[in-house]
Write a protein that binds this ligand. Structure first.
Ligand code: UDP
Length: 147
């Protein structure tokens, strides 16, 4: 089992799309094992986007993710990192396939609805910016058969 970190950006909350995003994950059989709505701190935003520090879009991106409440989540499932990256689509909503979350709801590269960690290592690192290990829950989904 693998874990993935997901961050619903402030415009997703302001546009009332939180349920839409969660519903797409649930329908795909992905399990939510932690979730909360927060105002991210500057320190958390800077840690999340550390690899982009100094790039031309960095300041705008940090300002944007601090512009309102966000929803942070930890997901679990087999190959969940690959699965979530596939469901959310390309970074640029214009290049994201129409059925993907960014392809349907993204407005620009910055306002692209969600952040999802791009590797198992980054997922484990990024979830620790927002969650303590005891906030990540252990339970079983009700299913008729193992998927
Ligand atoms: N980003 C941006 N302008 C750019 C490239 C990236 O605002 O020219 C933002 C964008 O919101 C993206 C984030 O930086 O979600 C992180 O970029 P990355 O390449 O890691 O894309 P992602 O993993 O989110 O698809």
């Amino acid at each position: 089992m693998e874990r993935e970190f997901l961050f619903l950006k402030p415009n997703t909350v302001r546009r009332g799309l939180v349920g839409e995003v969660i519903s797409r994950l649930e329908r795909r059989g992905i399990k939510i094992i932690a979730m909360k709505m927060i105002n991210a701190t500057k320190e958390q935003a800077e840690r999340l986007y550390k690899e982009h520090e100094g790039k031309p879009f960095y300041n705008e991106l940090i300002e944007f993710v601090l512009s309102g409440p966000v929803v942070v989540m930890v997901l679990e499932g087999p190959r969940v990192v690959e699965m979530v990256r596939h469901i959310i689509g390309n970074t640029d909503p214009l290049k994201a396939s129409p059925g993907s979350i960014r392809g349907e709801f993204g407005m620009s590269v910055t306002k692209n609805i969600v952040h999802a960690s791009d590797s198992h290592e980054n997922a484990e690192k990024e979830m620790k910016i927002f969650f303590s290990e005891d906030e990540i829950l252990n339970y079983k989904l009700d299913v008729q058969h193992d998927l």
